[in-house]
Design a protein around this ligand. Structure first.
Ligand SMILES: Cc1ncc(COP(=O)(O)O)c(C=O)c1O
Length: 465
């Protein structure tokens, strides 16, 4: 590979000089530089040296229809010509936003009264928390404000949602979490089940722990529990089958809302329209984004229950306004693209396609578990992860500083596959349009990367305890 330093006017060198990257080791970036992508088609993207990659992560769990979907380009262009911008403040509206709200209500996994639009998953989750605080203040329950999240959850990076996110790297040195956030157990059976514990017993124990936490804090202080159906950015953690039933029974006993964060799982990823359906969740609130517009433009949405909406109405009448909203919330261009995306999902039966590709995807994922580096391979629908371990028999992890996951991710890139290392959890979340032979190619390339990683681990002696 050319060194960026040798080519001072290259995109690599200019990137290093001017761009601050999120979720990147900034020191390493100064020497390594970026992978600069220039174009995409289907499940493939091409870099500025003409090398093609399978996009095994649909970007960031979002480009469901892959790259180069002309109908979405047309939908955006038409809307830009007609009404390139409008907002929803002060009683203003437009058809793309109205149509999209109706559509989301029609396909929602629970009764929803109203839809609120924002631009990102973080903003959607932040908005839900604000609505719940507003609601409880209106009901004269000023103490009922705490939100329970889970270790390894991912709910965003804004001031409040970064605290809801249960990953140490999102808190450390950012002075987070803010007060009012509690974390309960991560439902990862492989890592956290006690010796001899069944899936069922594990789920029961986690629900009991949740109830203990609620009783310790006082149910009158707990407003909501937020959960992704499958934890994505925490390493693709698939919960035990009866987990959410047991958790919801606890929440109901203590009058606590369930917020389903469907930012990754929504729109077919787990084989149903919603992860809530796959995992038997009956949420009060739901947030969605990413695959809502197949990631062609930023847009997110919040589905709001009627009981809350009615209280927001009464309170805003008293105060004179509902003092929340984003300049670009419900922007007509992303809304038009989202509508077209949902139409394509239906017309092309994307759900049927996901279900027919799932056996191949899960079979190839499952095969990874026999590799000496892989402690667990897990997934559902078209999402999964392989967790790399130093010792399969004891499940001992590599040390974070050894960078085994990062090495494997870069090795995959060399073999023409983009995937994502969440620590040492190697994630797969391809565009939903992926076909059988592309699934095979994706895992073939990953197996080459695993072999490279295994050789490097052995060479460097990284398995030493
Ligand atoms: C489950 C979940 N919630 C929320 C977010 C935050 O979304 P955004 O990055 O659009 O703010 C993400 C992002 O990956 C996510 O995976």
């Amino acid at each position: 590979m050319d060194s960026p330093v040798d080519r001072p006017n290259s995109a690599h060198a200019r990137d290093i000089a001017s761009v601050l990257h999120g979720y990147t080791n900034l020191a390493l970036h100064e020497t390594r530089g970026p992978l600069v992508l220039e174009s995409g088609r289907g499940v493939h993207v091409t870099d500025d040296r003409g090398r093609e990659y399978i996009e095994g992560m649909a970007g960031l769990w979002c480009a469901a229809l892959g790259f180069g979907e002309e109908e979405l380009v047309q939908a955006a262009a038409e809307q830009m010509r007609k009404l390139p911008y409008y907002h929803s403040f002060g009683h203003k509206s437009h058809n793309p936003m109205i149509d999209l709200a109706e559509k989301l209500k029609a396909i929602a996994p629970m009764p929803a009264s109203k839809v609120f639009f924002a631009n990102s998953g973080s903003e959607a989750n932040d908005s839900i928390v604000k609505m719940i605080w507003y609601y409880n203040n209106a009901l004269g329950r000023p103490l009922k404000k705490k939100i329970i999240s889970r270790q390894r959850a991912y709910h965003g990076v804004t001031l409040f949602t970064a605290g809801l996110t249960g990953l140490p790297g999102n808190h450390r040195d950012f002075d987070l979490p803010l007060p009012g956030i509690l974390h309960t157990d991560c439902p990862h059976y492989y890592r956290h089940a006690l010796p001899g514990e069944t899936w069922e017993d594990f789920a029961t124990r986690l629900a009991d722990n949740l109830e203990r936490l609620i009783l310790r804090e006082g149910p009158e202080t707990i407003a909501a529990f937020i959960a992704e159906p499958v934890m994505g950015a925490g390493g693709v953690i698939v919960p035990p089958p009866t987990y959410f039933e047991k958790i919801q029974a606890v929440l109901k006993r203590h009058d606590i809302f369930l917020i389903a964060d469907e930012v990754i799982c929504g729109f077919g990823r787990t084989g149903n329209m919603w992860g809530s359906q796959t995992f038997h969740m009956q949420p009060d609130f739901l947030s969605c984004a990413k695959q809502l517009s197949a990631a062609y433009l930023p847009i997110s949405a919040v589905l709001i229950p009627d009981a809350v909406y009615q209280v927001l109405v009464a309170q805003s009448k008293k105060i004179g306004t509902f003092g929340h909203g984003f300049t670009y919330g419900g922007h007509p261009v992303p809304a038009a693209v989202a509508l077209k995306t949902l139409e394509i999902y239906e017309r092309r039966d994307i759900l049927g396609h996901v279900r027919s590709m799932t056996p191949r995807f899960q079979e190839r994922l499952g095969r990874l578990a026999s590799h000496p580096l892989v402690g667990e391979a897990r997934g559902v629908g078209l999402i999964g992860a392989a967790e790399l371990v130093a010792d399969k028999s004891t499940k001992r992890s590599f040390l974070p500083g050894q960078g085994v996951g990062a090495y494997c991710m870069f090795a995959a890139e060399e073999h023409g596959l983009i995937n994502r290392a969440v620590g040492d959890h190697m994630a797969f979340c391809p565009p939903l349009i992926i076909n059988d032979s592309e699934i095979d190619q994706m895992f073939d390339r990953f197996e080459l990367a695993l072999a490279d990683t295994e050789a490097w681990v052995a060479r460097e002696g990284l398995r030493a305890a």
